[in-house]
Unconditional design. Structure first.
Length: 166
């Protein structure tokens, strides 16, 4: 009788071990899928925030003919007696979580032409971009996603190298 109980308890031990292994593999797979989904959400947020900066810079220039000297000019434009606001607030870079944008300056340094992420991670999204973002296709890193304001920005996206934000 004792021999029979020993065999049964050994089988239960092996069964529990297999169940734990299967549970571990399932949780690891779920973690990978969850991490990928979070990166996709951050990419979508980067596209939205980058386009907010792009549009704000374009509106700033249209309102006064000049490019902003710093990003805070987009939140509080004091070129006129009653301040104008082209952005509600300064947005952090969704990929890094910090306000460490790379600023793309006008040749000659007479203002900010656009922004780019400072993340060097490889994007998940490589195609299917909106028309204004079509130059982002097959980018090597998020820092290649350059949100440049104004006419001809698609051509400039490939040619302009961002400067470090300051």
């Amino acid at each position: 009788m004792n021999v029979r109980l020993a065999r049964q308890s050994g089988f239960t031990y092996i069964g529990m071990y297999v169940a734990v292994v299967i549970l571990g593999i399932t949780l690891a797979t779920a973690g990978i899928v969850w991490g990928t989904e979070i990166r996709r959400e951050k990419e979508a947020e980067l596209l939205w925030v980058g386009n907010q900066y792009r549009m704000a810079i374009a509106r700033y220039r249209a309102a006064g003919g000049l490019f902003p000297q710093q990003l805070t000019d987009l939140v509080q434009d004091e070129r006129v007696p009653s301040a104008r606001h082209f952005l509600r607030r300064l947005y952090p870079d969704p990929m890094t979580g910090q306000a460490d944008w790379q600023l793309i300056t006008v040749p000659g340094g007479s203002g900010i032409l656009g922004v780019a992420s400072s993340s060097h991670a490889k994007p998940i999204k490589v195609s299917g971009f909106a028309a204004q973002d079509e130059s982002f296709a097959d980018a090597e890193c998020y820092c290649d996603w350059k949100f440049i304001a104004g006419a001809g920005h698609r051509r400039l996206n490939r040619a302009v190298r961002p400067a470090t934000a300051g």
